[in-house]
Ligand binder design. Structure first.
Ligand SMILES: *[C@@H]1O[C@H](CO)[C@@H](O)[C@H](O)[C@H]1NC(C)=O
Length: 299
């Protein structure tokens, strides 16, 4: 739009530049997304492990389809327990344990029936594997290696398999409140795994592991000590933002024109992008004005 009058230059100075960045989560954030119900899968895997190969698929799909109504542990009782009331909405959310994700049980409380984390699993229960302990997290250069304790020799819980969860945050100092929520990483029969996808510099990680057999799980290990993935001497700055687009100007009222400037995050960035600098040049007759904005990255 050509701009000749004085009023136009005033309004130009007051452009609203709306910036939108569609933030593609950094590698570590993307892989950690929870997929399906790994605890239920793991239980069925353990249950069918000793079947002959030809029977395994049938056993496994049968197990996944059957209702899992008596999950180990007890419901937290009364309103005096440690469950925050916000986590116990007045809802009818489930009618048996089978409706609840992972190890969660369907529990009645003063004003509803909802899925709750079971209690009373800490002590050893016959028929369930003991809670493991994460014994080491190490940086192998291209991967993080996590190790946890095997069942005590001589305890019999049938075939035991493990699910591993992680949580993390970016930053120089560890701040527990900034940790993501726990997310599934893998299921494995081993007691040591390496995770290349989690080798993300500048992040604090914690891991926890649950041992699962055909009857379910006694719950997750205590979180491992927080582990920092070193940034190393050279970190490349992020590449340029991509797909920069500007919509045409629209008058929002008689003083303002508005356009939308949008872009996508750089393809490569070792550390998450925190802010973008936006340079704007405005031509008004013979004059060119430069402006600069710093906008926070949407994450
Ligand atoms: C699962 O629980 C049942 C009933 O408590 C028990 O008989 C069985 O031995 C348990 N399975 C394993 C592998 O311990």
């Amino acid at each position: 739009m050509p701009c000749r009058s004085r009023s136009c230059s005033v309004s130009l100075q007051r452009y609203l530049v709306l910036s939108t960045a569609i933030f593609a989560a950094a590698a570590a954030d993307a892989v950690a997304a929870s997929v399906g119900d790994l605890v239920r899968d793991a239980r069925c895997f353990a249950k069918c492990y000793r079947q002959i190969a030809a029977e395994q698929p049938k056993c496994y799909s049968g197990c996944l389809n059957e209702r899992w109504i008596n999950k180990p542990g007890e419901c937290p009782v009364g309103d005096l327990d440690s469950v925050a009331s916000l986590d116990r909405p007045c809802l009818e959310q489930c009618n048996s344990d089978d409706f609840c994700q992972a190890e969660y049980k369907c529990c009645r409380h003063s004003c509803g029936i909802t899925c709750q984390q079971p209690v009373g699993l800490a002590e050893h229960r016959p028929g369930l594997p003991d809670v493991p302990n994460v014994v080491a997290v190490s940086d192998y250069g291209k991967a993080l290696v996590v190790e946890w304790s095997a069942p005590f020799p001589g305890t019999s819980a049938g075939h035991v398999t493990y699910v591993v969860q992680e949580r993390h945050h970016v930053g120089a100092a560890y701040v527990p409140e900034r940790m993501t929520t726990w997310a599934m990483v893998t299921r494995t029969d081993r007691t040591r795994e390496q995770f290349r996808q989690l080798h993300a510099p500048g992040r604090w990680f914690q891991f926890r592991v649950a041992a699962i057999n055909e009857n379910g799980t006694s719950g997750y290990s205590p979180p491992s000590d927080q582990f920092f993935v070193e940034i190393g001497p050279h970190v490349d700055p992020p590449g340029p933002p991509q797909d920069l687009m500007v919509s045409s100007l629209k008058w929002t009222n008689k003083d303002y024109q508005q356009c939308v400037l949008s872009w996508k995050p750089p393809a490569e960035s070792v550390l998450p992008v925190r802010k973008y600098k936006v340079f704007i040049s405005v031509r008004d007759g013979p004059h060119v004005y430069h402006k600069r904005n710093v906008v926070p990255a949407v994450s």
